[in-house]
Design a protein around this ligand. Structure first.
Ligand code: MN
Length: 130
């Protein structure tokens, strides 16, 4: 079985596209439409990577990243921020909040899966050397 990816994203078209690409690569994908649901799924579904939208209803992605990093069960799970923000400093801000990588929307379908799997150890079906 491939790695499990948690997508925290409120836009259904975005999560649908991301899920479609990742499932084609053999990933198991679970989706959360908001930060609180995402935090609970991060604890219960043991994802190998978390894709995190920044603009979410209620709690934003910066706060979600901070809470994930403070949660013992999730603290070491790689987080990739996926955001349409293009403001100077956003990348630094989300990396400082605990994200491991940062992608701008619209995602590039030709490199998206590789970018995600780069965060997963080879033993779990990813591209990262152990
Ligand atoms: Mn959003």
């Amino acid at each position: 079985m491939g790695p499990t990816i948690l997508i925290i994203e409120d836009n259904e078209q975005n999560s649908y596209l991301e899920r479609y690409i990742l499932e084609k690569k053999g990933c198991a994908v679970v989706c959360a439409p908001d930060g609180l649901t995402g935090l609970s799924m991060a604890e219960n579904e043991s994802p190998d990577v978390i894709l995190l939208d920044i603009q979410l209803p209620g709690m934003d992605g910066y706060e979600v990243a901070k809470r994930l990093r403070a949660c013992p069960a999730c603290a070491s799970v790689p987080i990739i921020a996926v955001t349409s923000y293009a403001m100077a400093g956003d990348r630094e801000r989300i990396l400082a909040a605990g994200a491991d990588d940062y992608m701008e929307k619209p995602i590039d379908p030709s490199s998206f899966a590789e970018r995600v799997l780069a965060q997963v150890p080879a033993a779990k079906g990813g591209l990262k050397d152990a």
